[in-house]
Design a protein around this ligand. Sequence first.
Ligand SMILES: Cc1cc2nc3c(=O)[nH]c(=O)nc-3n(C[C@H](O)[C@H](O)[C@H](O)COP(=O)(O)OP(=O)(O)OC[C@H]3O[C@@H](n4cnc5c(N)ncnc54)[C@H](O)[C@@H]3O)c2cc1C
Length: 484
Amino acid sequence: MRKKVVVIGTGPGGSACAALLQSRGMDVTILEQNRFIGGRCSTFEENGFMVDTGVHMFASGPSGPHGQVARELGVAQPWMIRNPSESMWMNENGVFYLYQKNTSFSALGELVKAGITGRQRINILNTLRRSVNSFGVVGLLKEMAGVRRANPAFLEKYDEVTTREFLYQFTEDSGVHRAMNCLSMLLLVVPYDKSSAGEFIYAVSGIFGNGTLGVPRGGAIGVPRSFLRAFRRDGGQLLLGVAARDILVEGGRVTGVVGSDGETYTADAVVSNAGLHRTVELAGEDSFPAEYVEYIKGLKLSYSWLATKLALERRVVDLKAPSFFPIPQVEADEIFAYCDEPDGLPEDPFLFVPVPTEWDPTLAAAGRQLIIMGVPTSNDVDQEDRSQKILDIGEKKLFSFFPAIERNLMWKSRITNKDTNRITRKGKGDCIGLAQIPGQVGSRKPHPKLPVEGLWAVGCDAGARGVGTEQATASAMLVSSLIT
Ligand SMILES: Cc1cc2nc3c(=O)[nH]c(=O)nc-3n(C[C@H](O)[C@H](O)[C@H](O)COP(=O)(O)OP(=O)(O)OC[C@H]3O[C@@H](n4cnc5c(N)ncnc54)[C@H](O)[C@@H]3O)c2cc1C
């Protein structure tokens, strides 16, 4: 008899896992509470523009977990790759273009051309001296090779160290610290004094190692859609608008799921993409050992990003790269301090500004431009007033760089934590899922097998490493192989 599996949710984690299990001969039903697929990785048509719910870049594109799963399933998943993919504005220190494999340190080039000033020379020498003091010359070379290869033993060494502590071994330079704090918020959605250095190294080395950072053609939804295309082709059943209300457990093992449609879906295994906190609630705390429930309740979620989506009647932003992020002129430790203060507002906000139509012109009519401006915040959902103020400040900064945006605006819309929560219904606005912080990553990341026979978690909360959606799909690869 074919093993019956119910998968709860169609985020990248749920849809990849369901498709892989179905393709390997299991009988899979997916229950998705929303009437659309993809969870936080989806795309909608908004007044003639295709707009993502949140996602704006995929760190490893076709070489990462999404591409690997699509190839295993035998489905097309076209990617748009641009080089350079990002530009990081360092004000007085110029612009760094991320050419992926071959990053142009054009800022360094500029500094050399202009003549490196005495202060800059001191910074470089201090960095060198500090790095050599920390590791010795041979040790430093080994350390640099370790960062580049990011093999499991090297990552484990830094999993329990924060990115900030890791960097202080090499340099005190404020520009480097500001830039790396921003990258930590961009890639892991956690400030660098809290993020795990092991996760940070894994994310950064993956981008440079693969050189395929990109976006799926047609928007973020292209990723879950490609997985679900294979799922349907192989005979899987997808039910939209049906929430899992209860995960049934009898005698310590899972027996099925009760849906919001009143049906009971019997199953030999249940795979939940609803996040660990909600999965424990659905199965009932009594189904688990008390210490496991306490452990799950103590796990922390990532921070979040607010966003303004700006639709322009003509192409206004014309840069070498399709995304840019200006680094704030605030001390590194202060950049995200406002996120943890109840009414805190950023003095000089960190903006991440992808221009999706520069990646993929099919997202709007010819000549139009879509711009997305993101600003970080806490994962609180009850901060609507503050969220609007943060976005006001962010837009003011963006318009100061590009005044023509306001003049050519057709419409704009905003995304706050309450919109993210409307998708996940977790009561939080976290972007990622579990925060990638010491104590919650690597060997201390929650295992996807829960302590109830036949119950599994898939997605960003369990089992894998990586940036956002890629972590979720990597988790699906692990869970599907453990189940089969
Ligand atoms: C604003 C924003 C920007 C982001 N930017 C990026 C980015 O640039 N790059 C990147 O890689 N990642 C980005 N992310 C993060 C990324 O979207 C998430 O990490 C990823 O989608 C998580 O995948 P997942 O499979 O774990 O779960 P989710 O995407 O959260 O999907 C979970 C699914 O489970 C369903 N579900 C939950 N409970 C139930 C239930 N009881 N019954 C039925 N269905 C249920 C939900 O409806 C949802 O469809 C961003 C997120 C946000 C919010």
